[in-house]
Design a protein around this ligand. Structure first.
Ligand code: PBG
Length: 326
């Protein structure tokens, strides 16, 4: 059947019909809200390149978490700026550091939330790389032991899920094995399996003080030109024990989300990263875009491409808008 019998506009006539035949829906349960925690008391430092996003001290993070929960967001991804940095990222696995403290207090106060922690050392090393270094080289295998220590302090503090974002080879296997050995076989791993060496992370690096002090991350993060390699990364991580696969960034990589979705069966997360957030905020501040419409459209696009879970700094705003629509 073709035109004039077939008319696709019939199902677009009213909002009620459109809602009925809608193929993709956003819900607040899709979101993971990233949070930056820092030392001190009463701190709420704005991150200049990410309007609306702050570094919170632990006492202030409670309010942010409460607000999110009221909007229907119960999953959080925690990052931190530690009190000291060294070449080996020791503060990343210091049980007395701010992140471990925040995890503990948050889980005590809100046992029902899902706390996911970023497992990486770039915010904790003085060189800003995600692995140990030797000269200008980023070492793979020696970094794995450090990551295992980091993850252990997170789950001991009460983290519900760990998210390794370092892109070292073999880290999912090492993390799974070490967690299992220590009695944490119930803790899922959300692996940043497909993480590109992207220029869209720039505002995040301001937020978490994690810019590499020499070179860049292209010897461990993926080349933006590659998609077959994304399948190799995901297949490896699934075999090594990843429970959820993350793709990052999201918007310039919707084809990667779709391709990975068609090839694996575990839940898929996409990270709508800092640069993707800042672009919309900047345009909206200038009155060039309708922030509400653009944000909901892009989050929907990430879901339509195949993501089940979206990590996004827009989470609270998007939740507000979604709740209003219903
Ligand atoms: C740490 C890490 C980064 C992001 C998440 N975890 C930065 C990087 O790899 O340089 C980026 C998140 C964002 O841009 O929102 N390795």
């Amino acid at each position: 059947m073709t035109f004039p019998q077939d008319r696709l506009r019939r199902l677009r006539r009213t909002e009620t019909i459109r809602r009925m035949v809608r193929e993709t829906r956003l819900q607040t349960a899709d979101f993971i809200y990233p949070l930056f925690v820092t030392g001190g008391v009463g701190v709420k430092e704005p991150i200049e390149s990410m309007p609306g996003i702050y570094r919170f001290s632990v006492d202030n993070i409670f309010k942010e978490v409460e607000e999110a929960c009221e909007l229907g967001i119960f999953a959080f991804l925690l990052f931190s700026t530690p009190s000291y940095k060294d070449e080996k990222g020791t503060s990343a696995y210091d049980p007395d550091e701010v992140l471990q403290y925040a995890i503990k207090l948050l889980k005590e106060k809100y046992p029902e939330i899902l706390l996911v922690t970023d497992v990486c050392i770039c915010s904790y090393t003085n060189h800003g790389h995600c692995g140990l270094i030797k000269g200008k080289e980023i070492l793979n295998d020696p970094t794995l032991d450090i990551l295992a220590k980091v993850a252990l302090t997170h789950v001991q503090a009460g983290a519900d899920m760990i998210a390794p974002s370092d892109m070292m080879d073999g880290r999912v296997k090492v993390l799974r094995t070490s967690l299992d050995k220590k009695g944490y076989s119930h803790i899922p791993i959300m692996s940043y399996a497909v993480k590109y060496a992207s220029a869209f992370y720039c505002p995040f690096r301001e937020a978490s003080h994690s810019s590499p002090q020499f070179g860049d991350r292209s010897s461990y993060q993926m080349d933006p030109a590659n998609i077959r390699e994304a399948l190799r990364e995901t297949q490896q991580d699934v075999l090594e024990g990843a429970d959820i696969i993350m793709i990052k960034p999201a918007l310039s990589y919707l084809d990667v989300i779709r391709t990975v979705r068609e090839n694996i069966n575990c839940p898929l997360a996409a990270y709508n990263v800092s640069g993707e957030y800042s672009m919309v905020k900047a345009a909206a501040a200038n009155g060039w875009l309708d922030e509400r419409k653009v944000v909901l459209e892009k989050l929907l696009a990430i879901k339509r491409a195949g993501a089940d879970i979206i990590c996004t700094y827009h989470a609270k705003d998007a939740a507000r808008w979604i709740n209003k629509e219903h």
